[in-house]
Design a protein around this ligand. Sequence first.
Ligand SMILES: [Zn+2]
Length: 279
Amino acid sequence: MKSTIKIVLTIYAILLVFVISGCFYKSDVEVVSTKPDIPKVEGDSMPSKEQDADNESDIVQTPSDPSEEDTTPTLAEVIDVNGLATITNETDILVLVNKQRNLPSDYIPSDLVEPNVPFSFDEKLEKRKMRKESSEALEALFAKAKEDGIEIVAQSGYRSYKTQDAIFKSNVKRKGEKEANKSSAYPGQSEHQTGLAMDITSASVNYVLEEIFGETPEGLWLAKNAAQFGFIIRYPEDKTDITGYVYEPWHVRYVGKEVAEEITEQKITLEEFFGLNKS
Ligand SMILES: [Zn+2]
């Protein structure tokens, strides 16, 4: 009996507490109810933070793959001119000219100037010239060479379609057409017509344009330093199947600093830069 009364009293007391300090209890409930929420929030936020990090890295990675594809520059289209695939962006600094992509036969760059660099000859010939932007870059390249105690000379820059035509014909006479085309271009297919290329040589090889230049201190210096001035060695030793030309350590082509550094770092060619002939 006594214990029953005790229980009833206790229940009554508890009920009183419930009723009287309802507010206090409610706030307790709130505290209690938020307490489990806190670890929940933490629990959620912890993995969600990790997910975010993953997501972020996913976000960085996911577009980076397509963006790599996206950044592969699109080649300008070619049009048929008298049966020749002829490029349509001849004035572009990144113009790609090769055995499959001809320059228009009447293309003469409008901004040809003579770079102030030493040449291997004294005559005032068209081959001294380059397009303005590449000419300035060449001057900077030669200034750095001088600073580094490297003596290089320019040998051959701009070449008109007409001159290339004459050179190719004379090479065909000497070697036959197939052999001639390994080292000299058909008219319209020479980078020299773009005004963005220069052949560079040195006294150490008696100013010849031959593979041996690549092994001289001057040739090695050129390969190492060309890119920071916007030039690439256009026809590398192990890429003849891609470029269609034999190794030419003397022939530099201006493409601008950013692209030159990318091409050089990746050890690719201008063709591969445009997504062609990727191995
Ligand atoms: Zn050349």
